[in-house]
Design a protein around this ligand. Sequence first.
Ligand code: FRU
Length: 469
Amino acid sequence: MDETSLLKQLARSLMTGQPIAAADPLRPCWHLAPPVGLLNDPNGFIQHQGRYHLFYQWNPFACAHGAKFWGHWSSTDLLHWRHEPVALVPSEPYESHGCYSGSAVMQDNRIVLIYTGNVKYPDGSRTANQCLAIANERDEFDKLGPVLPLPAGYSGHVRDPKVWQHDGRWYMVLGAQDLQQQGKVILLVSDDLQQWHSRGDIAGSQLNGLGDFGYMWECPDLFELEGQDILICCPQGLPAEAERYLNTHQAGYFVGQLDYVQAHFPHGEFHELDLGFEFYAPQTTQAEDGRRLLFGWMGIPDQDELLQPTVAQGWIHTMTCPRELSYHDGQLYQRPARELQQLRGERRYWQGRADDAPLYTADSAELWLQCDGPFRLQLAQALSLEWNGTRLTLSRPHVRTAELEHRYWRGNLTELQILSDHSSVEIFINGGAAVMSARYFPQHKLSFDFTGDAQLNLQHWPLAMPVIE
Ligand code: FRU
């Protein structure tokens, strides 16, 4: 379909669906969600002249995956986001089956988007073009077309360019699958964003000491933090273990050192970025104040998505909260971006036995706690968190079977920070050393209900969006 027809269809979809989606009590109070249809990966996250831009994979026509558009929001404070003109519409033959994920850089004071033009053929095969688009004075994006066809030696699955600058040159990592069905990350280099030269695979299944490690790696991101190079990626096809890799696909990171000259990336073990039920395709940017910020998609491809109850209201999925990354003591930490503290209302403080804790209720809340022993926390009667002294277990009824399903963290629990919205929860463990994110679909108002003998130290804040003066 041409761009005008696609935009007319999009207008109709919004006019019909947006009032219904907006009235859904499960819609987040302060997390980003699509106005209608399906949202997946965060794309093109960047800050320029104080304003953050966050683009997103968007199917405005249905709650299923399809030929993706790029939606676009912007914000000066990471809290209040405004809609910007739709950035990319999949109207050209080189992106016929979607403007897939990618990133943004600044060139000559203009935002340039680098994304994947996804093309599927009737015989089931596919190809991928890495493409550019550049901002114009109306905050729309003019397409410059493909700059990189499918590289030799890979299946049609090559996508999700993340581009950054280093020593005056542009570098790109791409998620890929090679002809032996091994997931890989390819490094490329360019002097002008137009001509790209491959430096080969820098990480992947059967590389750098990894054995079989997935048939496809999606959404790579590579950046420096405290002198380390962190490679984020989403391997698909890792077999589930007793307490890890329990989602359909995983999102995690390796810590290493990228040798830009040799194009080698020796690295350590793979760590999951989030141990909850929904977290995938995260993307980071460096804010103008130097912080490394991350948004993730609070969803997982192919994980019973269409059974989520918001589908009946014509929308599905949300972003995570924006998170600040840091690296210390050999570990990556994620904390809610400090701006989120502005959502806090009046603080309540309580100390005592878990069984005696007051029942906090709110629409959306932040809870901070310390404990000296086992306890159980029930959220809105829909999700529970249990600490038994060695293991933290997050449980909820499965959307399809209604049987309880679980996710785990092990360690020495010192503190929890829980951010909860109408249909999501993000649990930051020990100052962000681990995180568990999940969607949940309560039929009751949010409440925090504690049981157990442990002594608790609790702080509680209702969360609400501050009014802009
Ligand atoms: C990850 C992903 C990407 C792709 C996009 C398509 O969720 O599969 O690899 O670019 O979603 O929407």
